[in-house]
Design a protein around this ligand. Structure first.
Ligand SMILES: Cc1cc2nc3c(=O)[nH]c(=O)nc-3n(C[C@H](O)[C@H](O)[C@H](O)COP(=O)(O)O)c2cc1C
Length: 207
């Protein structure tokens, strides 16, 4: 009887210790910081004139480059623009300039659409670059959210009139395409995340 009580007390203590160590960081908890960050992310389209720091930009770009990548080819490159006087020229295609106008930075996510054939100089199409760039763009947005910044993903590929001027103005090599464009800065109003959860989209075992 005494042994059973002692065992239960130890088991209880272990549970409390594990729970307090892992806290909100268990994979299933809604309080997990990473899950909270994902659920809080929202598109932000208007900004204050406050700049963002180099360190913040580094963190967001590091997060972007931590994305998964087909065959780990990492076909991404980034052009970071902070000189607002160039925006009108670079984004002369059919963009919503209101979004870019006050952004502290506008980042062009570029994709090398080719891959090297192992052991040769030859380059062939990389069929997975779009997937990699999507994951990379989302990682950047999540990092922005986690830093208290606001950001919005603006489509570029495959919209010809958006891609054309960006490609030319930024001097992108022939095999490199502008995939997405992210405006980032300090939000000037409170923005709420949208609740997109829809249980009817989930099919268990079969549709
Ligand atoms: C592929 C893609 C393209 C997008 N293009 C634009 C765009 O050109 N302009 C814009 O204002 N928002 C754009 N968005 C942002 C969406 O409008 C936004 O994600 C959507 O309305 C859901 O809102 P949320 O991001 O706040 O959850 C784009 C998002 C994605 C994923």
């Amino acid at each position: 009887m005494r042994k059973t009580i002692i065992r239960s007390v130890f088991a209880g203590l272990a549970t409390v210790i594990i729970a307090s160590c892992c806290g909100g960081n268990t994979a299933t908890s809604n309080e997990n910081d990473a899950i909270k960050n994902i659920m809080s992310r929202k598109s932000v389209r208007s900004f204050t004139d406050e700049k963002i720091t180099d360190e913040q930009m580094d963190i967001m770009l590091k997060a972007a480059m931590a994305a998964p990548s087909g065959m780990n080819l990492q076909p991404w490159s980034f052009v970071v623009l902070t000189d607002t006087s160039r925006y009108d020229k670079v984004f002369a295609g059919n963009f919503n300039m209101k979004v870019f106008k006050d952004a502290a930075a506008v980042v062009v996510f570029c994709a090398d659409t080719t891959q090297a054939v192992r052991g040769t100089e030859e380059r062939v199409p990389n069929t997975l670059w779009r997937d990699d760039l999507g994951a990379c763009t989302e990682n950047f947005l999540l990092a922005a959210e986690s830093l208290g910044l606001g950001a919005v993903w603006t489509a570029c590929y495959p919209i010809a009139d958006r891609m054309g001027t960006v490609k030319t103005c930024l001097n992108l090599p022939a095999e490199v395409l502008p995939y997405s464009i992210v405006a980032v800065g300090h939000p000037d109003t409170e923005n709420m995340p949208k609740d997109k959860y829809d249980a009817s989209r989930i099919h268990i075992e079969h549709w």
